[in-house]
Design a protein around this ligand. Structure first.
Ligand code: ADP
Ligand code: MG
Length: 521
């Protein structure tokens, strides 16, 4: 067995070796193949990667492509929209163009219309201008002739005034003015309430012009009154204190020229006498004159003007003396007289007639003044005394008359020593029914009719004023009247008195030869 086994083992060894070789070859081949395989794997991986990359790229490109497609589509639709918009715009522009053409055509038409309107207006204006110029030159001509007529009128008016003045001078220098006061609240106060709203408060007295008063009244059951009165000057209710003063101002020059001058206010109670002569001084508690300068009456204004005139010509500076008397109940009271205790109080005086037949006032106090202020202080004192004096406190003011006299005496004229010069301002307060005024009316009546006997002595007032009324003084009577119907009777009486006064003819006013000696009075 062993031999056999030896051979067998030889064969098998060979075979094993062969097989081993084959195995090695195979193993080498396997390694080779494995290497190859690995290389292939690598390559595969490489390719796979490439493929992966490519597919990602492809996806990307696919998306991009899609996007591009989408973009292209949206660009396309935008383009279409744009195209449509452009078409629409083109259409609009076309329409705009045609409407602007219409507008331009319209505008041109209107412009032409306007232009022709303007041209027509210019032509019309030129025409108007020519007419206006024609009118203007006519107006200038008319104005010139009006001015000429006015100048002529002024000259004629002046002539008339001069003639009138000489007439008045010839008539003896009585001037009668009439002042109609405004309707005032108290005119409506009637005693009988039944009459409160009656026509009694109506205005029946009117100033027609500056020389004519119209009384017009138509009361049921009474005859119609429609009457005019003429005076040298008529002041309507709106005319100021200054205007009234301006009218009497020339009398002050006459006063300084040596004439006797008398200004008297005449009228019923409440008709405006105190207002006209004194203004605020007539009130119980007078306001300061500086507060109410426009209201100042004739006396304060005349005092101011008198001293102004005197200061203008210092060479003849006359002495100015003032006396103030009250005529009440046919008695004369000296308001500047001082009693034993030197307190000023009214002292009764009497008029006596001198041997030459001229009236004289005994012991009438006169105070020398050198300014308007001093003058008015005396007046204020006199007025206060008048208001406080026991005899007069309850006096009926309609029976009381106040006479303020300024006497001017030449300063250094030997011939005039002791002689009083010229009667100055006089003011009276009065009513239509009392004795003094009835006497005054009688005096004027006698003078008007040239009666041989003039009843001056029927009252103290006429006696006292004899020189001023019937003598050779320049007399200005200011009739004061209320405009309302309830005063009609008194107003008619007052206007009648004034009319009679105008008829008085006296000798021409005589100059006193001032500053030469005046005559004693
Ligand atoms: P008389 O002195 O005549 O009795 P007054 O002068 O006292 O009257 O006037 C009576 C009232 O009428 C006063 O209150 C006065 O101020 C007023 N009065 C008079 N005249 C005028 C006028 N022209 N303008 C304004 N008020 C006037
Ligand atoms: Mg009075």
């Amino acid at each position: 067995m062993r031999a056999r086994a030896g051979k067998w083992s030889f064969v098998s060894d060979q075979r094993v070796q062969q097989l081993q070789r084959q195995v090695r070859v195979k193993e080498e081949r396997i390694i080779e193949l494995e290497t190859e395989n690995a290389i292939l794997h690598l390559k595969l991986a490489e390719y796979q990667e490439v493929i992966g990359k490519s597919s990602r790229e492809a996806t990307k490109y696919y998306f991009l492509y899609n996007e591009k497609q989408h973009l292209q589509r949206s660009i396309h639709s935008t383009l279409i929209q744009l195209y449509q918009v452009i078409q629409k715009l083109k259409q609009d522009i076309k329409e705009l163009h045609s409407s602007s053409l219409i507008l331009v055509r319209n505008y041109q038409g209107q412009y032409q219309d306007c232009l022709s309107g303007i041209v027509a207006a210019i032509q019309r204006t030129q025409l108007y201008n020519e007419t206006l110029q024609a009118y203007q030159s006519r107006a200038v001509l008319l104005e010139q002739s009006l001015q000429e007529i006015n100048e002529q009128y002024q000259i004629e008016k002046q002539k008339r005034k001069l003639l009138h003045n000489s007439l008045v001078e010839l008539k003896g220098n009585i001037r009668v003015h009439c002042r109609i006061r405004p309707l005032l609240p108290f005119d409506n106060e009637l005693d009988d309430p039944v009459l409160q709203n009656s026509s009694l408060c109506e205005k029946v007295i009117h100033a027609v012009d500056d020389e004519t008063v119209l009384v017009k009244c138509n009361r049921p059951g009474h005859p119609l009154i429609n009457k005019t009165y003429n005076f040298e000057r008529v002041y309507g209710p709106a005319e100021s204190q200054r205007i009234v003063f301006e009218e009497m101002r020339p009398l002050l020059i006459s006063l300084l020229d040596g004439y006797n001058v008398c200004v008297m206010a005449y009228g019923q109670t409440g008709s405006g006498k105190s207002y006209t002569m004194l203004g605020p001084y007539s009130k119980d508690e007078p306001a300061l004159p500086s507060e109410c300068h426009d209201d100042l009456g004739i006396i304060p204004r005349a005092a101011e003007e008198l001293f102004r005139l005197i200061s203008e010509n210092p060479s003849r500076s006359p002495r100015v003396e003032v006396s103030i008397v009250e005529v009440y109940n046919n008695e004369i009271f000296d308001l500047l007289a001082k009693d034993s205790s030197t307190l000023v109080s009214g002292v009764k005086r009497d008029v006596i007639t001198s041997r030459e037949g001229k009236k004289e006032l005994l012991q009438l106090t006169s105070e020398s003044v050198s300014s308007a202020g001093e003058f008015m202080n005396l007046v204020t004192g006199g007025l206060q005394l008048r208001a406080k004096h026991p005899t007069w406190v309850h006096a009926d003011s309609s029976r009381s008359h106040l006479v303020i006299t300024a006497t001017l005496t030449a300063a250094a004229s030997p011939g005039s020593a002791g002689a009083s010069g010229v009667t100055g301002l006089a003011r009276r307060e009065t009513s239509c029914i009392n004795r003094s005024l009835a006497a005054l009316a009688d005096v004027l009546g006698a003078l008007a009719e040239h009666r041989g006997h003039v009843p001056y002595r029927n009252s103290k007032l006429t006696h006292f004023l004899q020189d001023s009324i019937g003598g050779d003084a320049k007399l200005l009577v200011i009739l004061c009247v209320s405009p309302c119907q309830k005063s009609l009777a008194e107003t008619l009486q007052c206007l009648g008195f004034g009319t009679r006064a105008r008829r008085v003819q006296r000798g021409q006013a005589k100059r006193r030869g001032f500053p030469a000696s005046g005559k004693p009075r």
